[in-house]
Design a protein around this ligand. Structure first.
Ligand code: NDP
Length: 255
């Protein structure tokens, strides 16, 4: 077992066709993991799988909407048969945002964001537990957000789903240490992905405010997130569990 390698491990990364998830899939595969991923759009997923095949990566994928309980169950069955009943790494990355003022969030927004961002991770952890335990060395990384730690003047519901994810991570770290499963959260700041693209194109005020509030003075790239995800899954990180770690160019430490 090499301390700085993922050689021979298996991983499930949700939402791997774009953005941060796409970078995580490639990072883990490059370091030697066999990866399964999912997304809702089949054509985009198949494009990715074709590209990855050319690069000789060991990556499979299936369509799954992680907000659906039945589809999550199907996904885990697929993972179970692909990896013969074991799984070393679960990355709960699929998620989405809706930036609204508090009173404008609807009950549909509530169900949609809770199911997509939080219930998906909660239930996939439950479903993955036997597989993670069977692997002998499991690692869960939940992708939350700096908005689960600090507050801004909108996005209260989105932020609550991420705050819930942060606490879930701490509880899992305590409950599952005995099964040799670690759980950590990675809280990204503003990362250049398709999710952020509309704001980056249309909202100059947002961009200049964020630049001013971020010590590094720029956005992050998906690869600057995926590198920490990979590290957290390595034997080198074997004493790190229950943590929420920000990758945000210093955004949350500036007063
Ligand atoms: P993108 O929208 O760029 O990519 C999201 C990926 O997840 C796509 O592959 C998408 O494919 C998939 N996905 C979305 N919803 C579902 C679903 N219901 N079921 C299955 N797959 C789904 O997002 P990012 O890469 O920017 O974000 C990834 C994570 O990082 C999210 O949890 C987000 O909250 C978090 N984050 C992002 C930040 C940023 O600045 N970008 C900042 C902080 C946190 P498809 O649409 O085909 O399903």
């Amino acid at each position: 077992e090499k301390r700085w390698s993922l050689q021979g491990t298996t991983a499930l990364v949700t939402g791997g066709s774009k953005g941060i998830g796409h970078a995580i899939v490639e990072e883990l595969a490059r370091l030697g993991a066999s990866v399964h991923t999912c997304s809702r759009n089949e054509a985009e997923l198949n494009n990715c799988l074709q590209e990855w095949q050319k690069l000789d990566f060991s990556i499979t994928g299936s369509v799954c909407d992680v907000s659906s309980r039945a589809e999550r169950e199907k996904l885990m069955e697929k993972v179970c048969s692909t990896f013969n009943g074991t799984l070393n790494i679960l990355i709960n990355n699929a998620g989405t945002g809706r930036r609204e003022s508090f009173l404008n969030y609807t009950s549909e927004d509530f169900s949609f964001l809770m199911a997509t961002n939080f219930e998906s991770a909660f239930h996939l952890c439950q479903l993955a537990h036997p597989l993670l335990k069977a692997s002998g060395r499991g690692s869960i990384v939940n992708i939350s957000s700096i908005l689960g730690k600090v507050a801004v003047d909108s996005a209260a519901l989105y932020s609550a789903t991420k705050g819930a994810m942060n606490q879930l991570t701490r509880n899992l770290a305590c409950e599952w240490a005995k099964d040799n499963i670690r759980a950590n959260c990675l809280a990204p700041g503003h990362i250049r992905t398709p999710l952020l693209q509309p704001i980056l194109e249309n909202d100059e005020e947002f961009k200049s405010e964020q630049r001013a509030r971020t010590p590094m003075g720029r956005l992050g790239e998906p690869e600057e997130v995926s590198s920490l995800v990979a590290f957290l899954c390595m034997p080198a990180a074997s004493y790190i569990t229950g943590q929420v770690i920000c990758v945000d160019g210093g955004r949350t430490v500036k007063g």
